[in-house]
Design a protein around this ligand. Structure first.
Ligand code: PMV
Length: 322
């Protein structure tokens, strides 16, 4: 590719947030998990040509941060930009004169994949600017390396569901993860409640690792139970037996509590959703904060959303999964 600045028109790209329906944490240890794209919240990146010789700048005005890739080459997003440009055929050292502006309405450290969505939107924007095609698997691989910089040992589920932008069954394995589409025979509705508590993914993930190392037998038994629940949820979704899904989500929540990644704030919202008529509810993502999800039908979705607000949720979203 010629340096993207040469013929660049302003381009824009975006990427969705994500929700882990079931299987978080156990997925780090090779068990399956199901993840969904969350189209109602997105990260957006605009690319505009800079003046000749200005170099490459990244700005996140909502966070009050801006930097030059040349001056901060070790910033994980600078590294991502350089890796993406190199994959797109931009000559090493020949960074184009560009300004990338990031905006996102995905809560940071809230379990909705904010970091992976921003990184995916950056790669998609560079792809659009270059005119070169990149398959979702390649976008996902670039974003995975960026996720490793932030989280240490991510399973890869966030970058995968966001880059593919479809419901996936994900199993971390070597040499490459197993990624399959999830069949959804009957659309279903989720209400998402944000505790407003921000928790970095690597903290509960690190704590689970320590506990697993201290008592591998107990933790592997818990992970095996999660695997059973996730497998049953997949089968229920594929056959449209939604009545089975709620209790399975509750079972997954109980296992996450035993794994040690729930919190009083999450459990308060989970209880409020169940009392308001949700068929099942659980935390979603790394836990200790962030979001929970509740399976609802059309009749009770309004009252579950109201109950979550009443119980102190910082934000409430609803999504129809189909
Ligand atoms: O990115 P989060 O916070 O939604 O959670 C990631 C899910 C985990 O299973 C806890 C970690 C991982 O890498 O899969």
């Amino acid at each position: 590719m010629s340096a993207p600045s040469a013929s660049l028109q302003p381009v824009a790209a975006s990427a969705p947030g994500k929700l882990i329906l079931c299987g978080e944490h156990a997925v780090v240890y090779g068990c399956p998990a199901i993840a969904l794209p969350l189209a109602s919240v997105r990260a957006h990146v605009q690319v505009a040509p800079g003046t000749a010789g200005s170099g490459m700048h990244i700005a996140a005005p909502d966070l009050g941060s801006a930097w030059s890739v040349q001056q901060q080459p070790d910033n994980p997003l600078s590294e991502l930009v350089q890796a993406a440009l190199s994959r797109l055929g931009c000559a090493p050292g020949g960074l184009p004169d560009l300004t990338m502006t990031i905006r996102s309405n995905i809560p940071i450290a809230g379990g909705m994949g904010s970091g992976a969505a921003v990184a995916t939107a950056i790669v998609r924007a560079l792809v659009a600017a270059s005119g070169v095609e990149l398959a979702p698997a390649e976008v996902s691989a670039l974003v995975y390396r960026c996720e490793q910089r932030y989280h240490g040992t991510p399973s890869g589920i966030d970058n995968t569901v966001i880059a593919y932008e479809q419901a996936i069954w994900f199993v971390r394995q070597q040499p490459a993860p197993l990624i399959e589409p999830v069949a959804i025979a009957a659309p279903f509705r989720l209400v998402i409640g944000d505790t407003g508590v921000r928790s970095e993914t690597r903290l509960p993930v690190g704590e689970v690792r320590r506990r697993w190392q201290a008592d591998p037998k107990a933790f592997e038994a818990l992970f095996a139970e999660v695997q059973q629940v996730v497998t049953q949820i997949r089968a229920a979704l594929a056959s449209g037996r939604l009545a089975q899904v709620g209790p399975l989500l509750d079972a997954n929540q109980s296992l996450l509590e035993q794994i040690g990644v729930s919190s009083p704030e999450l459990e308060h919202l989970v209880a409020a959703a169940r009392q308001a008529g949700a068929a099942g509810a659980k935390l979603s993502g790394a836990g200790w904060g962030g979001v929970m999800l509740a399976l609802v039908d059309e009749q009770c979705s309004g009252s579950v959303a109201a109950a979550l607000r009443q119980a102190g949720a910082a934000q409430v979203l609803e999504t129809l999964v189909q």
